[in-house]
Write a protein that binds this ligand. Structure first.
Ligand code: CA
Length: 471
C-alpha cells in the first residue's frame, strides 16, 4: 500500500511537473529544461500580444504555492481546471490513503488471522495427536479387557471343574466311609459269632487263649503275662448284653469286679494284668488292663499303643464302646471312661516312650469326661511332669471321630489325623493317630501318634499309654 501511495505521489508530481507547462503556457521547445531562464518573447508572440512565462520549478519536492498567472482569462481557466484536477488528485489521494488505511487494517487483520490460523493448526495437530493416542489407548484397553475376560472365563471354568471334582471326591469319600462302617460292623458280627462258638466249644486249650479281635495279631507269649486265665470270653452289660460289638476281652480269675484298678490294688491285687471292673452307678461290667507297678500302681489303663497292631481310625460307636486288645493296643471306650471317672475325683497319667527308649510322662491332677449327650467333652486339671503339656489345649473340647465332627476346625480333624480325639483346631497331641515305625514320619498330614511337646508333631512315638486312678 505504501508503494501504491508513493507511486501516486510520483504520478501526481509528474502530472504537475509535465502538465503545468502545457496547461499554463508551455514553451514551444519540448526539450527545454524546466529550469530555464526567462527568454525574450518570439516575434509572433509579441505580435499576438500574448505573454510567455517560463516557470522555474524546483527539482525537489513540490513545496509552496504554485505561481499561476492570473493575468489572462485563459490562464485563469487553465488554472481553474488545474485546481479541479488538483482537487481531483487530492481526492484521489485521500481515497487512496483511506484505501491504504483500510487495506492496512485488513492486512493487520489478515496477519492476525494468519497467526490465529497457525495457532489453530498447531492446536488441531495437537488434538489429532491426542485423539490418535487415545484411540490407540482405547484399542489397548479393549485388548486388555478381552485378555482379562478370557482369563476370568478360564478361571471360572477351572473353578467349576474343581468344584465338580470336589463333589465327586466327596461322594467317593462318603461311599468309602460307609464301606468302612459296614466292614467294621461285619467284623464285629464275625467276632460275636466267634465268641459264641468259643463259649459253646470251651476246652482247656481254648480257655487259656486270649480272645482278641481277629484282625489283630497278638503274640501268644503275651497271653502268659495275663494274671488270670480267661474263662469268660466277653464282657457283659447287665441291661444290654448285645451292647459290645467292638471289643472282646477275657475275664480274669481274680475276684471282682472292682470299682477300678486302685480298688483292686487296695484289695491286694498287686500284679499288672486284666481285671474285671464295674464302676459304681454303672449297670455294666468291663475289663481293663491294670498297671500295678508304674508310679505306685493302681492305674486303670484307658488307652495303649505299642506296635501298630490295631487300627484306630474308627467310628463314633467304636470309640464309644472301645476296641482292640486288652493286653496289646486298645481303647477302653468313652462310655466306660465316663462311668469310671464319674465315681470319684480321678487324675490322668500319660506315659510316653520314644524310639531311643526315653520315657517321659505328663500328669493332670484332675480328669473326667462329660456324658455322650455332651460329646464326651474333656475336663482336665493342672499339668505336671517332664513330657511337656500337650493336652491342656484340648481341655473342654468335645470328642470327634471320622463320622462325627465336633471340633473347632472347618473340616473334620479326625479325617486328617486318622483317629478320634478331643480335637480343637486340630491338635497339639493325638495318641490315637497312625502308628509309624521309627519316629519321624513323612505324611501329607500330621497323623502320627504324637505329643507335640515331646519330639513335635511329626514324630510318631513308640509306646504310649493313658491311665487313670483316684487322685
Ligand atoms: Ca470341624
Amino acid at each position: 500500500m505504501e508503494k501504491t501511495l508513493t507511486l501516486s505521489l510520483v504520478m501526481l508530481f509528474l502530472t504537475l511537473h509535465l502538465g503545468l507547462p502545457e496547461v499554463l503556457g508551455r514553451t514551444e521547445d519540448p526539450h527545454a529544461d524546466v529550469n530555464v531562464k526567462k527568454r525574450p518573447p518570439h516575434a509572433s508572440e509579441a505580435k499576438s500580444g500574448r505573454c510567455s512565462y517560463t516557470f522555474i520549478v524546483p527539482q525537489q519536492k513540490l513545496k509552496g504555492a504554485l505561481c499561476v498567472s492570473t493575468a489572462q482569462e485563459t490562464n485563469r481557466s487553465e488554472a481553474a481546471s488545474l485546481r479541479v484536477e488538483l482537487a481531483r488528485q487530492l481526492e484521489h489521494l485521500e481515497t487512496l490513503r483511506a484505501q491504504l488505511e483500510r487495506e492496512g487494517s485488513q492486512a493487520m487483520e489478515v496477519r492476525a488471522l494468519r497467526t490465529e490460523s497457525n495457532s489453530l493448526n498447531t492446536r488441531i495437530t495437537q488434538l489429532y495427536a491426542q485423539l490418535l493416542h487415545e484411540v490407540i489407548d482405547k484399542k489397548d484397553q479393549v485388548l486388555e479387557q478381552k485378555r482379562v475376560e478370557s482369563l476370568l472365563l478360564n478361571a471360572t471354568t477351572q473353578a467349576l471343574q474343581v468344584s465338580s471334582n470336589f463333589r465327586e471326591l466327596e461322594k467317593k469319600y462318603g461311599a468309602l466311609t460307609s464301606m468302612i462302617t459296614s466292614q467294621n460292623q461285619f467284623i464285629a458280627r464275625l467276632e460275636k459269632q466267634c465268641q459264641c462258638r468259643n463259649t459253646t466249644l470251651a476246652s482247656p486249650a481254648s480257655a487259656t487263649s486270649n480272645d482278641v479281635q481277629r484282625d489283630q495279631s497278638v503274640p501268644p507269649s503275651q497271653e502268659d503275662k495275663l494274671i488270670g486265665k480267661a474263662t469268660v470270653p466277653t464282657i457283659t452289660t447287665a441291661s444290654t448284653p448285645t451292647d459290645h460289638p467292638f471289643i472282646s476281652f477275657p475275664i480274669t480269675k481274680t475276684p471282682g469286679p472292682w470299682r477300678d484298678c486302685q480298688h483292686a490294688m487296695d484289695s491286694g491285687e498287686t500284679i499288672s494284668g486284666i481285671y474285671l471292673l464295674r464302676p459304681q452307678g454303672a449297670n455294666r461290667l468291663l475289663q481293663a488292663w491294670c498297671d500295678q507297678t508304674s508310679a505306685q500302681g493302681g492305674w486303670t489303663v484307658i488307652q495303649r499303643r505299642q506296635d501298630g497292631s490295631v487300627n484306630f481310625f474308627r467310628t463314633w460307636e467304636q470309640y464309644k464302646q472301645g476296641f482292640g486288645n486288652l493286653d496289646g493296643e486298645y481303647w477302653l471306650g468313652l462310655e466306660h471312661l465316663y462311668w469310671l471317672t464319674k465315681q470319684t475325683h480321678y487324675k490322668l497319667r500319660v506315659a510316653l516312650e520314644d524310639w531311643q527308649g526315653r520315657q517321659v510322662y505328663a500328669e493332670y491332677d484332675s480328669f473326667y469326661i462329660e456324658p455322650e449327650s455332651d460329646w464326651y467333652r474333656l475336663r482336665l486339671g493342672e499339668y505336671q511332669g517332664n513330657a511337656g503339656d500337650s493336652l491342656s489345649w484340648h481341655n473342654n473340647k468335645a470328642f470327634t471321630t471320622l463320622d462325627r465332627d465336633k471340633d473347632g476346625f472347618s473340616g473334620n480333624c479326625a479325617h486328617f489325623q486318622k483317629g478320634g480325639w478331643w480335637y480343637h483346631m486340630c491338635a497339639h497331641s493325638n495318641l490315637n493317630g497312625m502308628w509309624y515305625r521309627g519316629g519321624h514320619y513323612r505324611s501329607r498330614y500330621q497323623d502320627g501318634v504324637y505329643w507335640a511337646e515331646f519330639h513335635g508333631g511329626s514324630y510318631s512315638l513308640k509306646r504310649v499309654a493313658m491311665m487313670i486312678k483316684p487322685a
